[in-house]
Design a protein around this ligand. Structure first.
Ligand code: SAM
Length: 318
């Protein structure tokens, strides 16, 4: 059906993200020792503005994530929604800042591929075995569960099933829990993403949500971005042309979150540690600075908190 084709195209987007991350790390924008096990080839060259855009995305998300781990002293959970082939778990293990448990959710088909890679690549499976206390590591085709890391195949638009599976893998709603969504909500309708965000707010009293996605699409540049996605037959249910930083915040404020911030990536980029920004800007010459600015103005990070335990989560920011 049309909707299967659209979902299939959405699933392909996780390859795009990892291919771009693989390329940028091969140029030295940031270090990721594990993406090579999910994307074998470095692949064709990406434009410098694309690499800088990914740099801002990864650094921006990591900065907030690392701050959350610090504030909770790792006595917390992380749930990466639409994680795709993301490698954050392995970075946190290497940096010795693992949460109590790290969950990932994606479509069953993506999860099966990820598990296959983990099973067949010792640098990926070793850290799981090392952090697991018994011999009972669950590793079949469709799910993976260990003491500290778990991958769940589920559709984020089906909340009852999502809830069942998170429970089955021992999520603890009382622990501070960070939800990440990096380029994911845009593939759901505004009602579906609001329902998800609302369910989290009512289920987890101490929580943070970090969302990265497109914003300010209602101009010429935005229309070109949308056409590019549509050319790949993506289901863009969530591309709301009028989505602004204010409406990004509204999604959280109207569904039970206490405090919300949203910044476009142009602003985030200017607030990242500037010595490192200067370093990456020397990696590749960028002729058209305006192109990068336009790109950065069309993405944003929005983060929301609920802080029943009074951990000071609302202080997290750039
Ligand atoms: N978050 C990863 C990253 O930034 O590298 C992957 C981003 S990729 C653009 C979008 C991911 O969201 C894909 O892996 C896709 O399968 C997943 N996704 C989209 N809609 C979903 C849904 N309804 N249920 C589960 N996963 C979904």
């Amino acid at each position: 059906t049309d909707s299967d084709t659209a979902d299939e195209a959405v699933r392909a987007t996780c390859d795009d993200a990892s291919i771009c991350k693989r390329f940028a790390t091969s140029k030295g924008y940031w270090t990721d020792l594990y993406v090579q096990y999910f994307v074998r080839q470095i692949g064709e060259r990406k434009a410098p503005e694309i690499n800088r855009g990914y740099y801002g995305r990864v650094k921006g998300m990591n900065l907030l994530l690392d701050d959350f781990l610090k504030k909770t002293q790792c006595d917390c959970q992380v749930v990466n929604l639409g994680a795709g082939l993301d490698t954050t778990f392995w970075r946190l293990k290497d940096e010795n800042v693992m949460p109590k448990k790290f969950f990932e959710v994606d479509f069953p088909m993506i999860v099966a591929r990820k598990i296959h890679n983990i099973k067949t690549k010792p640098p990926l499976s070793k850290p799981l075995i090392e952090t697991h206390s018994t011999d009972s590591l669950l590793l079949d085709g469709h799910s993976l569960d260990s003491d500290r890391y778990c991958i769940i195949g589920a559709d984020l638009r089906d909340i009852p099933t999502l809830e069942d599976k998170l429970k089955k893998f021992q999520i603890n709603p009382e622990l501070p829990t960070l939800f990440l969504s990096e380029c994911v909500l845009v593939y759901m309708s505004p009602e579906q993403s609001s329902r998800l965000v609302h369910w989290i707010a009512e289920t987890f009293p101490t929580a943070m949500f970090i969302n990265y996605e497109q914003v300010n699409m209602n101009d010429r540049f935005g229309h070109i971005m949308i056409e590019n996605l549509q050319r790949r037959q993506c289901n863009l249910a969530g591309v709301d042309l009028c989505q602004s930083l204010d409406s990004q915040k509204e999604r959280f404020l109207s569904s039970g979150w206490e405090s919300v911030n949203a910044l476009d990536m142009m602003t985030v980029y200017s607030m990242l540690p500037q010595e490192d920004v200067a370093r990456i800007e020397r990696l590749e010459f960028l002729d058209e600075k305006e192109l990068l600015q336009q790109l950065l103005q069309h993405y944003c990070i929005c983060w929301a908190v609920k802080d029943k335990l009074n951990l000071g989560l609302s202080q997290i920011g750039f």
